[in-house]
Ligand binder design. Sequence first.
Ligand SMILES: Cc1cc2nc3c(=O)[nH]c(=O)nc-3n(C[C@H](O)[C@H](O)[C@H](O)COP(=O)(O)OP(=O)(O)OC[C@H]3O[C@@H](n4cnc5c(N)ncnc54)[C@H](O)[C@@H]3O)c2cc1C
Length: 292
Amino acid sequence: MRLFERVALSRFTTIGTGGPALRLGRPRSLDELEELLRWSAAEGIDVEVVGLGSNLLVHDGGVDALVLRLEGELAGAHVEGAELVAGGGATNAVCLHRARGADLGGLEFASAIPGTVGGGVRMNAGAYGVEFRDVLVEALVVDASGRRTLGTDALGLSYRHSALEAGQVVASARLRLEPRPAAEVKQRVAELLGARKATQPTTKRTFGSVFKNPPGDRGAGRLIEECGLKGHRIGGAIVSPRHANFIENAGGATSADALELMAEARRRVHEQFGIDLEHEVRFLGPLELPPL
Ligand SMILES: Cc1cc2nc3c(=O)[nH]c(=O)nc-3n(C[C@H](O)[C@H](O)[C@H](O)COP(=O)(O)OP(=O)(O)OC[C@H]3O[C@@H](n4cnc5c(N)ncnc54)[C@H](O)[C@@H]3O)c2cc1C
């Protein structure tokens, strides 16, 4: 069993904060994944999954659970006809590369989302009007009780949400593609990445969008900006001067700094606009925002 002790999770989060996982499992096959899940159930240990940690805030004191990171064949991807079959740990970049190599498009939206397929399904990640649920055919979900193949309805995918619970692991997914010349895919990706660079802090350490956009015409970033919080700093964490719905690690930030900054932004937006912002970033370990 590929099980490691006290591994720093800051290595596995894009913002670069967070304490250790008391146990880190790195399964390389479906059998290894199932073995780890059965073991944790027998031991009464909770299970959490990390992908590329690009939408994660991990408690500074660490995580008392079995944290899983999918590797080996659980991180591979290949084309079958007009579909891509990807492990839950496959990065969006690898998936896009495989699809483009076969003159297939449809995943261009994911080029600016620095995560894995498992994280994309769990979050129903999306950009530029396309989300994972638009391209997902089905996902193989594994937990301590076994494997199930689920479609988009059973997964309950909606805006940055799925019905998946802790302990349910997306082991693989089948994504629908469409014929498109590689040169066209490449050009579209370049356009999308260019648009990203112009508006978001793409060269800084962040965990992507902090809050979901509330209903209405003003996004979370605009609301936080209108509270005058761009550039606001707590410890090593700052509200991005480029886009206020991002928190940057400006050097030496802790998860506690980021959490405090989130609480402040949420409190100010509530005070000024009466809107309750819901966090998009997922918490690992005992992290919680104070009530409004
Ligand atoms: C610069 C930047 C830009 C971003 N832009 C976007 C964007 O445009 N649109 C968008 O939607 N998001 C965006 N994000 C956020 C993030 O990239 C997405 O949410 C991504 O899908 C998360 O994938 P991940 O593998 O990194 O998951 P993680 O951050 O590691 O985990 C996120 C959640 O998914 C769960 N999870 C991960 N893998 C699995 C699995 N195999 N099975 C079950 N659960 C799993 C975790 O437990 C956690 O709850 C951005 C982030 C950054 C840093």
